[in-house]
Design a protein around this ligand. Structure first.
Ligand SMILES: Nc1ncnc2c1ncn2[C@@H]1O[C@H](COP(=O)(O)OP(=O)(O)O)[C@@H](O)[C@H]1O
Ligand SMILES: [Mg+2]
Length: 225
């Protein structure tokens, strides 16, 4: 069974007098363990697609089966739970809480999991160790480099044992050398832990890390190789 099975989805934003067709007739299947690069010009629907994959938004029409579950039938709470259990997000701007230490940032997704603070701390430490930040537990985001902040965000995405990492331009704020380090970390997580990675980028060099490339144009998939 496919991990992600998208069938003919459309997404229309209704702005009163104008309707924006952000996605139209999009179908694709992504299996567990894939590393997919999503490309396409600004406004082509990449982020809308990622938000739907991540259950942050729902399609206007069409079907999305996540690990065999039709997300359309789920309540808000069930959708949030499914998202929490399966999906980690990484963004261009890192999205860390600025007055909060690295380890506390990583613990955040565990707060609702009903575990002891000791357990949360242990899991957060393990996740930070996995991304090479064993000596930075108590640093604040502004005491870390951009690459280190993105590692904290990756640890936060991993701490719940996510099967899927969705990354929207994760190297957009990083220099070339740091971008390569972050991409190598993602490749390692993909190859060694089988984590499915779906990554938006407009940089061809970054897209090369993916084993599959999906290109969007005007809300549709125009290439999938
Ligand atoms: N919340 C929204 N409300 C209205 N229109 C939106 C919204 N989000 C995105 N759009 C529109 O949908 C289209 C696709 O946007 P987006 O998915 O962000 O593209 P990309 O990530 O490829 O730049 C664009 O025309 C954009 O203006
Ligand atoms: Mg975008």
């Amino acid at each position: 069974m496919a991990l992600i099975d998208i069938r003919n989805i459309c997404k229309t934003y209704d702005l009163g007098d104008v309707k924006v067709n952000a996605l139209c007739g999009v179908s694709t299947v992504i299996d567990k363990g894939e590393f997919v690069a999503i490309m396409g010009p600004s406004g082509s629907g990449k982020s809308t697609f990622m938000n739907i994959l991540g259950c942050l938004d729902t399609p206007t029409t069409g079907k999305y089966l996540l690990d065999g579950v039709d997300v359309e039938g789920l309540s808000r709470d069930d959708l949030a739970e499914l998202r929490n259990k399966k999906i980690g997000f990484i963004f261009q701007g890192f999205n860390l809480l600025s007055r909060t230490s690295a380890i506390e940032n990583v613990e955040l997704p565990l707060i609702y999991a009903g575990m002891s603070s000791r357990q949360r701390r242990d899991l957060a430490r393990q996740a930070l160790d996995r991304v090479g930040l064993a000596n930075r537990y108590n640093h604040l985001p502004n005491q870390l480099s951009g690459g280190q902040q993105q590692r904290v965000a990756i640890a936060r995405a991993l701490v719940n044992n996510a099967e899927i990492i969705l990354a929207d331009e994760p190297t957009g704020n990083l220099d070339t050398k740091t971008s390569v380090e972050i991409m190598e970390l993602l490749v390692t997580l993909n190859q060694q832990s089988g984590i499915t990675i779906i990554l938006v980028t407009h940089e061809p060099d970054i897209a090369l890390y993916g084993r599959r490339k999906i290109r969007f144009l005007d809300g549709s998939i125009v290439e999938d190789v």
